[in-house]
Ligand binder design. Structure first.
Ligand SMILES: [Fe+2]
Length: 357
């Protein structure tokens, strides 16, 4: 049993706290019959538009590890509420490990209820632990999709995983930026392969197909894109070992990436559109790392004490995109309000402390 499994089992055994009362929980989750069959014909899950100032703000929560009724989860819920009230984002992406115990469906509804209350649309990229409890991955995804404001779609082409989705951001001249979400799975399931889950080769092909179409529609120019998923790719480790990388933020543990490389990073470099990968999974890491003109980014652990976490306090990462700008801003907002790693990232930048503007 590794550290994570030990922690998981410990947390599961400790779910004896008094239930927290979350107003409105009973009222959500009413999925319309047949709704899960609706699939956007062009594969786009959601179309975001820049606001009147030409900007859009997205909050990334990750690893909330929420357990309904467990007092150790209380601050995770407070963090979600506090972050939303401070940042007032246009959209939220949760990069997985949303829950950490039974009942998984109810736990997911409770930790995402602050989004429902504030009418903020959101998408999820499922984490390994989201299918570790009383619901299968497909069942959990169905619950997540039933929560008002969720924009994830049911995969229409039979590729691996659940939460593979595309979100576009458009301005006055059409699609200006793309966000790709992937399901990086739970554990490797192929015979002869062990370790953490990964983005499978059929998902990589799915991404490349869509990327090619977007580039074609953009007159042959790749559309600046950012990818969100749970488990970091092996290049996080390779980049960390390379003295040429530039890094800001906390490195509290070795990235727990898969034992195999399924070629996602290579595909992104071949297509030339994705500028940054954003993950969760490793609770003690929250850094931004530039390596070979690409950004490897961790979210800030948003959970509480149901699982290991040495970065105190918890928090969330924020992204701000601007119309017509191939760069973007990102920062970490900590529980309590402090902001760290306020960065402006753009192609060709030399280090992480010299913003272009
Ligand atoms: Fe986690």
């Amino acid at each position: 049993m590794d550290r994570r499994d030990f922690l998981k089992n410990s947390a599961s055994a400790a779910l004896t706290g008094a239930a927290m009362t979350i107003p409105g929980i009973g009222a959500i989750g009413a999925q319309k019959p047949g709704e899960e069959e609706k699939i956007p014909s062009d594969g786009i899950a959601h179309r975001l538009k820049y606001n009147k100032n030409g900007k859009i703000k997205i909050v990334q929560f990750t690893d909330t590890h929420y357990v309904s009724g467990d007092p150790d989860s209380e601050r995770a819920l407070k963090t979600v509420m506090q972050t939303l009230d401070a940042e007032m984002p246009d959209f939220v992406i949760h990069t997985g490990d949303i829950v950490f115990g039974k009942p998984a469906g109810q736990s997911a509804k409770e930790i995402l209820q602050p989004l429902v209350d504030r009418r903020i649309p959101f998408a999820v990229a499922m984490g390994n632990h989201d299918s570790d409890f009383d619901l299968s991955r497909t069942e959990m995804f169905k619950v997540l999709r039933s929560i008002p404001g969720n924009v994830n779609t049911v995969d229409d082409d039979g590729i691996s995983g659940c939460s593979n989705d595309i979100i576009t951001i458009s301005g006055s001249k059409g699609v200006d930026r793309i966000l790709y979400l992937f399901d990086s799975g739970n554990r490797a399931e192929v015979g002869g392969v062990s370790g953490w889950g990964y983005v499978h080769q059929d998902q990589v092909a799915w991404y490349k197909n869509h990327s090619r179409e977007f580039t074609k529609a953009n007159g042959g120019k790749p559309v600046p894109s950012v990818a969100f998923f749970h488990i970091p790719v092996p290049e996080y480790n390779e980049a960390l070992r390379d003295p040429s990388k530039v890094l800001m933020g906390n490195i509290g543990e070795e990235p727990c990436s898969p034992s195999v490389n399924s070629g996602l990073y290579l595909a992104m470099r071949e297509m030339g559109d994705v500028q940054a990968i954003v993950t969760g999974h490793d609770h003690n890491d929250d850094f931004v790392m530039k390596w070979r003109d690409f950004f490897f980014i961790y979210g800030r652990f948003s959970g509480c004490d149901t699982v290991y976490n040495d970065l105190k306090p918890n928090g969330a990462r924020v992204f701000e995109f601007k119309e017509g700008d191939d760069g973007f801003r990102t920062w970490v907002r900590l529980y309590g309000g402090k902001i760290e790693q306020d960065l402006y990232l753009y192609p060709g930048m030399k280090n992480l402390t010299s913003p272009r503007e």
